[in-house]
Structures are given as C-alpha cells and as structure tokens.
Design a protein around this ligand. Sequence first.
Ligand SMILES: C[S@@+](CC[C@H](N)C(=O)[O-])C[C@H]1O[C@@H](n2cnc3c(N)ncnc32)[C@H](O)[C@@H]1O
Length: 273
Amino acid sequence: MSLPPLREVIARHGLSASKALGQNFLFDEQLLDRIAAIPGDLQGKAVLEIGPGPGGLTRALLRAGARVTAIEMDRRCLPALAELSEAFPGQLRVIEGDALAMDHGELMGEPFAVVANLPYNVGTALFTRWLDGEDWPPQWTSLTLMFQLEVAQRIVAKPGTSAFGRLAVLAQWRSKAKLAMKVHRSAFTPPPKVMSAIVHVTPAEAPESVSARRLAKVTEAAFGQRRKMLRQSLKGVPGALSALEQLGIDRTRRAETLSVDEFTAIARALDPA
Ligand SMILES: C[S@@+](CC[C@H](N)C(=O)[O-])C[C@H]1O[C@@H](n2cnc3c(N)ncnc32)[C@H](O)[C@@H]1O
C-alpha cells in the first residue's frame, strides 16, 4: 500500500502544528514502525490510539495489522484520518473528542492495547487514570506511551534514586514498566524543548489485599514531604505509624528508600482484615 508522505498530507490539509493542543508530529516512518512494534504482534488486535493527529503512528499501527480506534480532538485532522480509513478498509475507527472525557473500556468493548504520543499533561492524566483503578487486571493489555524523558525516568525509577516517587510506585506495584526507546527531540516537527522516551507497561499480578486508594494515600503523604522521615510524613495517615512498627520498617527512613513492596505492605496493614 503506498500512502502519500506525511509532510504532503499535512501540507494538503493545512495542518500546521497547534501549540495549544500540544502538537509535535512524527514523520519518520521507520521510527513510527519501530514504535508500533513495541507492544508486540498487533495483527488482528484491538488498539486504542489517543491523539493520532495527521496519522503517522496510526499508519504504522495499521501496517502492523491492528484494528485501531483513534480518538482525536482536533477536527482539522479528521479528513487526513478519513483517507487512512479508506486505505485500510475496516481497520480504522476515528472518534472525535476529548479522550479525557471518555470511558475507554466501554468504547473498546474488548481487551485492547493503548498506543499514544500525547501532550505531556494529557499523557500523565490518562496514565494515572489507567493505573489507579481498583479492578485488576485492567481491560488494557499494555500501554505504549510517549513522555518527556524526565517523566519516563520517574515512571521506571528504582528506590533510592531521586526520580523514585508516586509515579514509580503507581506504575510498578502491579505492573511491569520499562523504558522502551528514547526519542530525540529532532524527530518531532516542531521539535519540543526536551527529549522524549517511550514507556511500555504491562499488567502483572496484584499483591493480595492492597487497595489502590489506600496505597495512593500512603505514597501521597510519604512523597508529599519526601525529605522528611516517615514518622513525620506519615503522621497524618491513620494507622500508618503502627503499620511501620508492625512491619519492622524504621520510622527514621525517608520515602525514597522504601521498596515498592514495603509501600504495598504498609497499605495492606492499613486495610481492615
Ligand atoms: C504530540 S501530537 C502527536 C500526533 C501524532 N500521533 C504523531 O505522533 O505525530 C498529540 C495529538 O494529540 C491530540 N490531543 C491532545 N489532547 C487530546 C485529548 N485530550 N484527546 C484527544 N486528542 C488529544 C492533539 O490534537 C495532537 O493531534
């Protein structure tokens, strides 16, 4: 299937990148194919793409054989995406609107992989939402998401490092998160100020009897005052200090020295049996 080059599509549809919508487009089709390969074999699989823009990543997903549902809020991109639908009959469904305002599970109606190159703030909001539900395993089978490099490093950070915090615990307590690929700023048009990286997350088994909400409470308090000792930062969380005692966790430690397992153990100890 030969499609017109992406730059030509952008010119023909007058798709100048909108700063307000956080638009930085990818045009290198080889790079896009490599990104589309990160989730593994997509032949016949359902994929949710958020923010397809002019459709560079969408094309790569379609070439990989995925059945793509793409949510885009910029109406100007819809004609270019309609051309892709024609080129890959029956493989692409485009939904116009704000992905933050939609129930993705209901929209997809089956297990799905998520792939997206999103503006930073939207990406982080969606990431948190996909990871913080009480129901586990989730309906999504993997998340393949572009972030600014610094955020990607916070997601995969290990304890004992300054990048380790709430995002890392959220991403790692019942999922596997890895930094799949760094992407140089020059790969984007226009180039953003910072470097980017793609994070790949797959669900893992959840530790027993740990509520996502209670864990969030603990990490919020602990990292909200990350320089303070736990005996100070966890003071306001009912039951947390006696949980530390019960678990033999030294109260003079600081949040970033705790392992993900220690955080889940504290959250479990807060839970009524
Ligand atoms: C960084 S651009 C990436 C475009 C394309 N995927 C690429 O890689 O070249 C982000 C896209 O997300 C869209 N977008 C931003 N916020 C959105 C939201 N809340 N819901 C759906 N799409 C959104 C923008 O209009 C833009 O097309």
